[in-house]
Design a protein around this ligand. Structure first.
Ligand SMILES: Nc1nc2c(ncn2[C@@H]2O[C@H](COP(=O)(O)OP(=O)(O)OP(=O)(O)O)[C@@H](O)[C@H]2O)c(=O)[nH]1
Ligand SMILES: [Mg+2]
Length: 346
């Protein structure tokens, strides 16, 4: 499914909104016969200006409100991810506040139309329009914080990956800095993934694809790069880690757990093992979701470091992959394994 927030376009701030509306209003022209008296012309002209300005603001605000999907109606993954990334209650409240100014604007329109209908001097028309614009400005300006808030969360929500629920989905998980992003970058089509030597480089879910050619067709498999997770109680995990947990819980149909057997990632292997056990016990749905082990950083890992993990997990030679995510060493074996896995499912 396409990211449900992809239609959530740039939200203008109050100044931009007012500028657009007032400019359009001042350019508008009322339909009035050339020979009409000046007073009638003035009334019609100012009435049109007020109407255009208010209509423009109302339409733009309605467009903003409509561009935000109803969070409660989204599929579980998007709904929960949105709740991790933003305060969804605040979003609802903000949209409610914006919606609340629409009747106020309509009321200003009615009041000023009434005043215009009573003028006896063309100059008064100009004053009444100015007064209407003043009232509109003060109401819209009070919404500036709300408009800016929407624009700010829009940035976060638009980064949510567009998942295809019909397509297989492999979630790469593990401790921070172990090489998850390097692996997904190397294996998948997504070459823009950021890799850095410090932990928590990846702060959100990032999608890449791997194409698998089968006998009669080819399929794309989704590879999801996730932020690192620490071995600690769920309640202590931050919103970055929780995105990875969410991917494991709701979208993975295969998990690749990445270990760094060396101290180079900055975390103990025992902690990584604890995390592995947690993920294995909590997210494999009693074996329905396979979990594959990668021991990465082959170039740095010593034999005893590798043996330690093998012993702790009672791994045989064919139960894990020993890779170098930078040079790509042994990644062909990982791809071959995945190809076999998805070919068998053909
Ligand atoms: N020597 C060596 N370095 C590696 C290998 N794989 C990754 N690295 C390095 O390890 C560091 C972390 O790599 P990333 O791919 O960003 O690790 P990550 O698990 O995505 O990290 P976070 O996003 O912070 O959780 C980078 O400096 C990589 O260049 C490897 O096989 N060998
Ligand atoms: Mg990363």
């Amino acid at each position: 499914m396409k990211n449900p927030f992809s239609e959530f376009y740039h939200v203008p701030n109050s100044k931009e909104l007012l500028d657009i509306a007032f400019k359009k209003a001042m350019k508008s022209s009322a339909q009035v016969s050339k020979n009409a008296p000046i007073l009638i012309k003035a009334k019609k002209k100012e009435r049109k200006r007020i109407q255009v300005a208010i209509e423009e603001i109302i339409q733009r605000i309605l467009k903003i409100i409509k561009s935000v999907p109803m969070i409660d109606e989204l599929p579980a993954f998007y709904k929960e991810l949105a709740s991790i990334l933003i305060d969804t209650e605040k979003l609802k409240l903000t949209l409610g506040k914006l919606n609340g100014i629409l009747p106020v604007l309509s009321k200003i329109e009615r009041e000023h139309f009434k005043r215009l209908s009573k003028i006896e001097n063309p100059k008064e028309g100009d004053q009444i329009r100015r007064s209407a614009f003043g009232r509109i400005s003060s109401i819209v300006e009070k919404q500036n914080q709300n408009l800016e808030y929407l624009n700010q969360i829009r940035g976060k929500l638009r980064e949510i990956p567009s998942l295809d629920y019909e397509m297989p989905c492999i979630v790469f998980a593990g401790y921070p800095n172990v090489g998850k992003s390097s692996l997904v970058k190397n294996i998948s089509t997504n070459k823009k993934i950021e890799v850095q030597e410090y932990p928590f480089t990846t702060k959100r879910l990032i999608l890449g694809h791997l194409e698998i050619i089968r006998r009669f067709d080819k399929i794309k498999v989704q590879c999801v790069d996730t932020p690192g997770i620490l071995d600690r109680p769920m309640s202590k995990r931050n919103n970055i880690e929780l995105q990875a947990i969410l991917a494991l819980r709701l979208i993975a149909d295969q998990i690749i757990f990445v270990f760094d057997p060396t101290p180079s990632c900055g975390y103990r292997v025992d902690s990584q093992l604890e995390l592995y056990h947690e993920i294995h016990d909590q997210f494999t749905k009693q074996g329905e979701i396979p979990i594959t082990i990668i021991l990465n950083k082959k170039d740095l890992a010593s034999q005893p470091e590798i043996e330690y993990i093998k012993k702790r997990l009672t791994l045989h030679e064919t139960d894990y992959f020993l890779t170098n995510a930078i040079t790509g060493e042994n990644l062909d074996k990982v791809i071959e394994f995945l190809e076999m896995h998805y070919k068998i499912k053909e």
